[in-house]
Design a protein around this ligand. Structure first.
Ligand code: GRF
Length: 193
């Protein structure tokens, strides 16, 4: 049996690409059945179209309440009956309205170690701390999203990544992104294969 994945992505979609590549080479026994973005300009949507995968733009309307958007989003995701919903660079917080109605486990990728640097700009903040001599390692993790907690939940996989004051932000960012691509695919292999 092959796992059905719905990927939610707001931006560039390099993690989505890593998942799609792993599926198409049978490294990962899964299919991405839809990619949904809150951002019509997201490169992730184009990557999906290029791969022949359904690409759905579901933007939050002006003045729309977060809980109403989340209900719409959950209904949109649920129609694909996924085994897992993967947040890969999804930049909106998801409320209980989404989590309670989506009907499938949700997993998230966070570019820092469990319990560290929740929220946005985690890579930049880790680097800034390293420059101040306050940090020598950061990391990345994949975890279940059981509730509204930001970047918290049972950890599926994590990896440590060294960071030093000598690293440029660009070098460190590249290292984190490469580690994330592998970690996310490994976590999905663990779940699906
Ligand atoms: C990743 O670093 C992810 O952890 C963070 O946003 C980035 C998304 O990158 N939340 P991409 O869109 O998959 O290229």
């Amino acid at each position: 049996m092959t796992g059905r994945l719905v990927v939610l992505a707001s931006g560039t979609g390099t993690n989505l690409q890593a998942i799609m590549d792993a599926c198409s080479t049978n490294v990962l026994a899964a299919d991405v059945v839809a990619v949904i973005s809150n951002n019509g300009d997201a490169r992730a949507l184009q990557r999906a179209r290029d791969a022949g995968i359904e690409a759905v733009c579901l933007e939050k309307e002006q003045g729309e309440l977060r809980r109403d958007y989340d209900t719409r989003l959950a209904a949109c995701v649920a129609q694909y009956v996924p085994d897992y919903v993967v947040l890969a660079g999804w930049m909106l917080l998801l409320s209980a309205n989404f989590l309670d109605h989506v009907g499938s486990p949700v997993i998230n990728l966070h570019p820092a170690l469990p319990g560290e640097l929740p929220g946005v700009n985690s890579i930049e903040r880790a680097h800034a701390e390293a420059v101040l001599g306050e940090r020598v390692r950061s990391g990345a993790m994949v975890h279940f999203v059981p509730d509204e907690g930001v970047d918290t939940g049972p950890v599926i996989a994590s990896v440590e990544i060294a960071v030093s004051a000598q690293d440029s932000l660009e070098e460190f960012t590249k290292r984190v992104h490469e580690a994330e691509h592998k970690l996310l695919v490994d976590a999905l292999i663990q779940l699906c294969n």
